[in-house]
Design a protein around this ligand. Structure first.
Ligand SMILES: NC(=O)C1=CN([C@@H]2O[C@H](COP(=O)(O)OP(=O)(O)OC[C@H]3O[C@@H](n4cnc5c(N)ncnc54)[C@H](OP(=O)(O)O)[C@@H]3O)[C@@H](O)[C@H]2O)C=CC1
Ligand SMILES: CC(C)CCC[C@@H](C)[C@H]1CC[C@H]2C3=CC=C4C[C@@H](O)CC[C@]4(C)[C@H]3CC[C@]12C
Length: 425
């Protein structure tokens, strides 16, 4: 059975290639400057006020330069290497395998600086609009360089695709595995800058909140849950190199600007908001939220781990939930037309729904937003964004699998009919 690919109507292409990218970029880039002011409790947000912060100041440029150099340094130091999955042309991208060490070293560095300058965290909070302005400028410059590099000096054959409107290319990016100064750009932007900025910013916001209002169990739970989640990311970093962001997405505005600006702004927003708007939930409620959050983070990790364990096991031979793993063998063709075989797991969590990792991810994010309960909709901004992102990503991922595996993907979907919630959706 062949998968029939329908050609979309012309108006759809006009919207997709000409309208969506510029509109999204203007809205998202502007939203960051707006949100930075909302989080600080600013009531009169005007264009003039937002624009006055958008160029940054000496503090923001200093912080961004120092932190970027630190992240770059860790990608230049001698370290072990891990490889991502081969591209259709057989290239296996190498990555530095020192994420856990980088995570702990960054925390030690931050605490040392905080001890030397006790006002550091409060200064980070107050200068957040300028910090995001600086990150915006740096990220937009990087995306421009990536576009030029992709046009003039692409590194791999797989990265060629038909020429599209330039703003579309700027938005999606051109190359999948570009290198600058010998570093893998996505490892730098996604893993080392975006994820570590998330950790350091929420820590700074927590300390700024304590300096303003004293200790609160709710803000501690908000910090702890996200810290466990981010630490888990660095522990699992090698697994991240097999995800859509790395194997499918190209390095452009969506991924690189997203990790350099959107993650520091939106992913940290629940913590940022709590600095100027102290939580009102009780300590007991905070404890219950902590238990819910830790449990869902663990489950999210477990789903990813089951796939990793299965894919690494020779011939897929491993035990899941006390029984030998069951699977479907699915053939696909690489770019040279060679038929290869992959395995789709039918046991454990992957036999209950096709994307249970997303469901637990969403519940975990709800847990760290809940300390802001009673303070309106803003503390839940990240949860709402993530719900849209993950539902969209479910369809994007399944489209990729349907094209790759053809009727075998259909067989898998028949055996595991639910996407996110068993027996519901
Ligand atoms: N906070 C955030 O913003 C986000 C967090 N995440 C998290 O990142 C992690 C990784 O997510 P992501 O990469 O999106 O997706 P997955 O880890 O779900 O990976 C999807 C891929 O796994 C393979 N696959 C699908 N079904 C099976 C199966 N039954 N058996 C074996 N392999 C299968 C397919 O790739 P193949 O071609 O190899 O077969 C598919 O493309 C998750 O924990 C997720 O929650 C994800 C997105 C956003
Ligand atoms: C243009 C923007 C509004 C959208 C930008 C989206 C990106 C910033 C995010 C898209 C997918 C996200 C991630 C995927 C998987 C991840 C693994 C997880 O364990 C940690 C988080 C993350 C790296 C996450 C980071 C943000 C995205 C790249």
């Amino acid at each position: 059975m062949k998968t029939k690919i329908m050609k979309p109507p012309e108006w759809y292409d006009v919207i997709r290639y000409h309208i969506v990218p510029p509109v999204f970029m203007v809205v998202f880039t502007g939203a960051v400057q707006y949100l930075a002011l909302v989080g600080q409790g600013e009531i009169n947000i005007t264009w003039r006020l937002a624009a006055s912060k958008a160029l940054g100041n000496s503090f923001s440029w200093g912080c961004v330069a120092l932190f970027s150099l630190w992240a770059i340094l860790w990608l230049q130091l001698p370290a072990g290497q891990v490889h991502g999955p081969p591209t259709l042309f057989g290239y296996r991208p190498p990555y530095q395998d020192n994420g856990v060490l980088y995570y702990w070293a960054s925390l030690v560095g931050f605490f040392t600086m905080q001890a030397m300058w006790p006002d550091l965290s409060s200064a980070i909070f107050s200068n957040m609009p300028e910090l995001l302005g600086t990150l915006n400028l740096v990220a937009l410059t990087l995306c421009t360089l990536l576009l030029l590099k992709g046009k003039l000096k692409p590194e791999h054959r797989d990265d060629r695709y038909p020429t599209r409107p330039v703003l579309y290319e700027f938005y999606t990016g051109l190359e999948r595995h570009p290198h600058i100064l010998g570093m893998d750009v996505k490892q730098l932007t996604n893993c080392r800058i975006g994820m570590m900025a998330w950790q350091l910013l929420i820590l700074a916001f927590y300390l700024a909140g304590v300096q303003r209002h004293g200790f609160s169990a709710a803000t501690l739970v908000n910090l702890l849950l996200q810290s466990v989640y981010v630490a888990k990311f660095f522990w699992w970093e090698a697994g991240y190199f097999s995800t859509l962001d790395i194997i499918l997405d190209r390095a452009g505005y969506y991924i690189c600007w997203g990790c350099l600006v959107w993650v520091p702004c939106l992913y940290t927003f629940s913590s940022y908001y709590l600095v100027a708007h102290p939580p009102i939930i009780s300590t007991t409620t905070a404890l219950l939220i902590a238990i819910l959050g830790l449990f869902t983070i663990l489950l999210n990790y477990r789903v990813d781990y089951e796939k990793q364990l299965f894919r690494r096991a020779p011939d897929g031979k491993c035990n899941l939930w006390g029984k030998p793993a069951r699977f479907i063998e699915a053939q696909y063709k690489d770019s040279s037309g060679n038929v290869r075989t992959s395995k789709l797991l039918l046991s454990g969590f992957w036999g209950s729904a096709r994307h249970l990792n997303y469901t637990f991810e969403l519940l975990a994010s709800l847990a760290w937003c809940l300390p802001g309960f009673g303070l309106g909709v803003w503390p839940f901004l990240y949860f709402n964004f993530l719900a849209c992102l993950l539902v969209h990503r479910t369809f994007r991922d399944e489209e990729k699998c349907a094209v790759k595996y053809g009727h075998n993907w259909g067989r898998y979907c028949q055996k595991v009919p639910f996407r996110l919630i068993p027996h519901v959706f």
